[in-house]
Design a protein around this ligand. Structure first.
Ligand SMILES: Nc1ncnc2c1ncn2[C@@H]1O[C@H](COP(=O)(O)OP(=O)(O)OP(=O)(O)O)[C@@H](O)[C@H]1O
Length: 719
């Protein structure tokens, strides 16, 4: 960096600001901002970067900048974004900034044609360029490919995934039914698996890996969707501004009067599982008029509809019905799905009260009689069985002479509430599994030569309060980061060495220790949690204590009171732990870890649903580890580990990824308000830093710097 030449120095809101160096200290620099009227300030040397001569210039591949650093990358992305150029390459990785506005020309059929068969770099950066590269690599190398789409919630992963699928089926499909089916599966999956959150109106609350399969002639023959970790807590409760899964509202807004009557549907405020969150429908001015008044909640009538250019509950209901038809679901199947959704809604309305007897148990309130009747009818249950199963649980006594006797233990009001919610979550999540299975049956294939898989899964997350869901997501991201390190860094280094570029070995921080901390046999956090779940009286506190005891001096683990943030320092040692991830330290609060890690219903409920009179409900629970001999299993605590199921799924996924060629798309959320043309530099910078881009940038700048002797800043390890 030369005196007088412009540099990028840190800025709290913009990420970086332009300035000149006016003084050099031992570890810091004094910077005078170029913007008039701003005061000089000091910054650490390693946070100040040389700027390009023309800061308004932009390039398609960040690697062709003169100075390669995070500040010039941020500026390049910013300049391009201001011109609606949302895609940028960093070597082979595609950065995609969410425009939050429809850019029809960018995705038009003519654009699809343009990218057909064209090498990377010959046309402007585009998600289509990545899709076409994957296809050409598959054809030439005769090897399956994967495209890993990452980014935080609302960054645009699902939209870009859909563009990839649309591109591949349009360009290399058969022109027949199957292409359309692969694309039409999305509205159905989104209806059941997406919800409005504060960060994204259409947030996917599950991860997915969508494979498009090709025959030996490289034509699409079918598809397959694998799904991961549906967020179950949302089924029973949402925060005030959030909603449950779209399907509930779409059914309330869009179902015919006939269906409404049949399934006893009302407006969203009538249901406990909806009315603690936002009860407004998505609609625009015109479509809002088409929704009958009696279907709208008082909140909707007062505040009007929720607005999003891509969402419209009533219209989406009709589109979803169309999609169901296209992918081959008949009316009976459609009604089965709706009936179970309605059944879940009614379940939530069952209220309990203390029985007033000496048993200490509870009964169902009289006001809930009608609701119980509806639930029994919709879910094919005997009303009396439903009542008994919700208010008591069967257990096998092991004491004295009565060993082996099944007894009924009455539940307290709170326990009955939990049982009701557990039943609702189990029914809905089985329904979601069924939807995915059914979708997969719609594009079957006998054999395939290769596939292109697109992974759309949540990126690294850290909030003020982090629970089991964030723990699983971040564990997944550790695994993906390791895969990225293996793939890009090792391969690139080998390439540089092979080509004799004289690049010294680049040391990146291996995160295997963090992965082991989570998944190692017996001592890993997931196994410690499973052990806790198997105890007669598991507790979240005991689990947290065991984690700390087993990993006292682990570099990656510490107690919350050592956090830099006040809010985490208030968390007691037995209430949480901090994990130092590759992308930063996260404090996990362990309340509900034990409950969230258990997928099993208590035996009375399991028996209830698996013996339903209704075939559809019975089938949903068919493959569960349901006790055929309920007497034998009734006394045992049944436990199905969510964490270890995810670990197994993840390892299968990683094995698959390792067997394929890979490309990476990093999606970026430009602002928290979800609006167009607003670039919040600082928060975009932090997304770039805690992603593969940060790692790639370090490697690329290091290699180029070493090769061309343009050493501008020191290479820093990943963490
Ligand atoms: N390329 C795009 N063009 C126009 N709008 C977009 C584009 N990408 C994303 N959006 C807008 O941003 C919203 C959020 O995008 P998307 O649902 O793909 O995010 P996500 O990363 O999948 O989030 P989550 O992890 O919460 O599911 C979309 O509903 C859409 O309104």
């Amino acid at each position: 960096m030369e005196d007088g030449k412009p540099v990028w120095a840190p800025h709290p809101a913009d990420g970086f600001q332009l300035g000149t160096i006016v003084d050099i200290g031992a570890n810091s620099l004094t910077i005078e901002p170029l913007k008039q009227g701003q005061k000089s300030f000091t910054a650490q040397i390693n946070q100040v970067f040389p700027a390009e001569d023309d800061v308004n210039k932009h390039v398609e591949d960040n690697c062709s900048l003169m100075y390669l650093n995070e500040a010039t990358l941020l500026n390049n992305v910013r300049v391009r974004y201001s011109k609606d150029k949302i895609y940028t390459f960093v070597a082979n990785i595609l950065i995609a900034v969410n425009p939050y506005v429809d850019l029809p020309k960018l995705y038009a059929p003519e654009t699809i044609k343009q990218y057909h068969g064209r090498s990377l770099g010959t046309l402007p950066p585009h998600v289509y360029a990545i899709a076409d590269k994957a296809f050409r690599d598959m054809r030439v190398l005769k090897m399956s490919q994967s495209i890993i789409v990452s980014g935080e919630s609302g960054a645009g992963k699902t939209e870009n995934t859909k563009f990839v699928l649309r591109y591949l089926t349009t360009s290399y499909g058969t022109g027949q039914d199957i292409d359309e089916r692969i694309v039409e599966a999305n509205p159905l999956l989104e209806a059941f698996g997406n919800a409005k959150t504060v960060r994204n109106n259409n947030s996917s609350r599950f991860g997915k890996f969508v494979e498009i399969h090709f025959n030996g002639k490289n034509t699409v023959v079918g598809g397959f969707v694998s799904h991961y970790l549906l967020e179950k807590s949302r089924i029973c409760q949402q925060s005030q501004e959030e909603r449950n899964y779209h399907i509930f509202y779409r059914l309330c807004a869009g179902a015919s009067e006939d269906i409404r009557t049949k399934f006893h549907l009302e407006s969203p405020d009538a249901f406990r599982y909806l009315n603690r969150g936002c009860t407004r429908f998505f609609a625009n001015k015109d479509t809002d008029k088409q929704i009958l008044q009696n279907r709208k909640s008082p909140e909707h009538l007062k505040a009007g509809p929720l607005k999003d250019p891509l969402l419209d509950d009533q219209g989406d209901f009709n589109r979803m019905c169309g999609a169901m038809k296209k992918i081959g679901l008949d009316d009976t199947e459609k009604l089965d799905l709706f009936r179970v959704v309605a059944g879940v809604l009614h379940l939530g309305n069952i209220d309990f009260e203390e029985a007033g007897s000496t048993s200490g148990g509870c009964t169902i309130k009289n006001q809930s009689s009608q609701t119980v009747e509806y639930c029994a009818e919709l879910l094919g249950l005997e009303e009396s069985d439903l009542r008994v199963s919700l208010t008591s649980r069967v257990m096998l006594t092991t004491a004295g002479g009565a060993k082996g006797t099944v007894i009924k233990v009455p539940l307290k009001v709170e326990q009955a509430n939990n049982a009701r919610d557990a039943l609702a979550k189990a029914v809905y999540s089985r329904l979601f599994d069924h939807v995915v299975t059914r979708v997969n049956q719609c594009f079957p294939f006998d054999s395939s030569a290769n596939f292109i898989g697109v992974l759309d899964i949540a990126g690294f997350e850290y909030f003020e309060h982090n629970s089991f869901e964030q723990f699983c997501i971040n564990y997944c991201n550790e695994k993906l980061q390791q895969f990225f390190n293996e793939r890009i860094l090792k391969e690139e280094q080998e390439l540089y060495q092979k080509e004799g570029l004289g690049v010294n070995e680049v040391h990146y921080v291996d995160n295997q220790d963090c992965i082991d901390l989570v998944e190692a046999k017996l001592v890993g956090i997931l196994d410690i949690l499973d052990e806790e779940n198997r105890l007669p009286q598991p507790s979240d506190q005991h689990f947290a204590e065991t984690v700390h005891n087993k990993h006292k001096n682990h570099f990656r683990l510490t107690v919350p009171r050592k956090s830099k943030l006040q809010v985490h320092r208030n968390v007691r040692d037995d209430e949480g732990f901090i994990v130092r991830h590759f992308a930063g330290a996260v404090c996990y609060e362990t309340t509900k870890f034990v409950e969230k890690n258990n997928d099993a219903l208590h035996m009375s409920l399991e028996c209830l649903v698996s013996e339903s009179k209704d075939r559809f409900i019975r089938d949903l629970f068919e493959n569960s580890n349901n006790a055929k001999d309920s007497k034998q299993k009734a006394g045992k605590l049944s436990f199905i580990s969510v964490g270890n199921k995810f670990k197994t799924q993840l390892n299968i996924l990683l094995e698959k990824l390792r067997s394929t060629g890979s490309s990476f798309i990093r999606c970026i959320k430009p602002n928290l308000k979800m609006v167009s043309h607003q670039f919040e530099g600082a928060q975009i910078l932090s997304q770039l830093q805690c992603s593969e881009i940060g790692t790639q940038l370090q490697l690329t700048s290091y290699c180029i710097a070493s090769t061309f002797l343009l050493v501008h800043h020191k290479f820093l390890p990943v963490t």
